[in-house]
Structures are given as C-alpha cells and as structure tokens.
Write a protein of this length. Structure first.
Length: 152
C-alpha cells in the first residue's frame, strides 16, 4: 500500500514549488501498473479538464480512466483537487470532506500525517492514518520541468 501511495504522489506531482498552480487545465498524467487482476495489467490516464465548484470549493476536475490489457477501458469517478498556499487537497468520498494530498513546505526531519485512500486492490479502513518521516529531499528533471520529491 505504501508503494502504491508513493506512486500516486509521484505521478500527480506536476509542480516543483508551491508557488505554481497544481493541475493546470490540459495537464495529463500516464502511469503503468502491474497487478494480479483478471483484466490484465494496464495504465491509468489522469487529465485535468476544467475548473469547477465542488462541495462549495473551487476545484480542478481531474478525469480518470483505466486501460486494461485484456478488456476495455473503465472510467473512474473524477478527482476534485484544489491548492491552498503550500498544500493540495483532494475530496475523499469515504469521509465526505477534503483532505491534504501534497505538502510543499516539508523539511528534512518533518513527520507528515495523511489519511490512507481507499484502494480497490488493497482495501483498508477509511479512518487509517499513516505517518512518514522525511529523511531527504531532492530535485529531478522531467522534460523541461524540475520536480521535487522526498524519501522516507
């Protein structure tokens, strides 16, 4: 589960500092996954499609599609996110509120707490919280973008 969560964080991390806008309209993310699923392996496509008001909050709507190697694609419910200062929030349907997704102000030695999202392949209780201690922060370049990641 920890690896899946870190992959999700990496895939959706398109900004390199909190001064930029997260998920600008038209931004897309592709990532591959390998699971023991009868539909086969495949990839996910996430695309920021529009600004919208969701649950009384101005958000970015991110459409999500999963493509399977053995069957047709499957559309998932959209993801609604917004950025406030140094944190990006997402709407969690299990707890019916926005929760932190990314923290852009962490420092080495900080401990961050986050609620584990429900996952089809690794279902967990919706009230499960994890903590990670940041032991290093580094930048890397993808195309023309400089991204920041941390290790725990």
């Amino acid at each position: 589960m920890k690896k899946l969560l870190l992959i999700l964080i990496f895939v959706l991390s398109v900004t390199h500092t909190f001064s930029q806008t997260f998920a600008p309209i038209g931004a897309t993310w592709h990532y591959r996954y390998d699971v023991n699923d009868p539909r086969g392996n495949g990839h996910h496509l996430y695309k920021s499609t529009k600004d919208t008001v969701y649950k009384q909050q101005l958000c970015k709507k991110i459409e999500r599609t999963t493509f399977f190697s053995r069957t047709d694609s499957a559309f998932q419910s959209p993801l609604f996110v917004y950025q406030k200062n140094d944190t990006v929030f997402y709407y969690n349907d299990s707890v019916l509120r926005f929760l932190p997704l990314y923290f852009y102000n962490v420092n080495i030695g900080d401990t961050i707490s986050f609620r584990n999202p429900y996952d089809y392949y690794f279902p967990i209780a919706t009230d499960t919280t994890s903590q990670e201690r940041v032991d290093s922060i580094y930048n890397f370049i993808v195309g023309k973008d400089t991204l920041t990641d941390y290790t725990d």
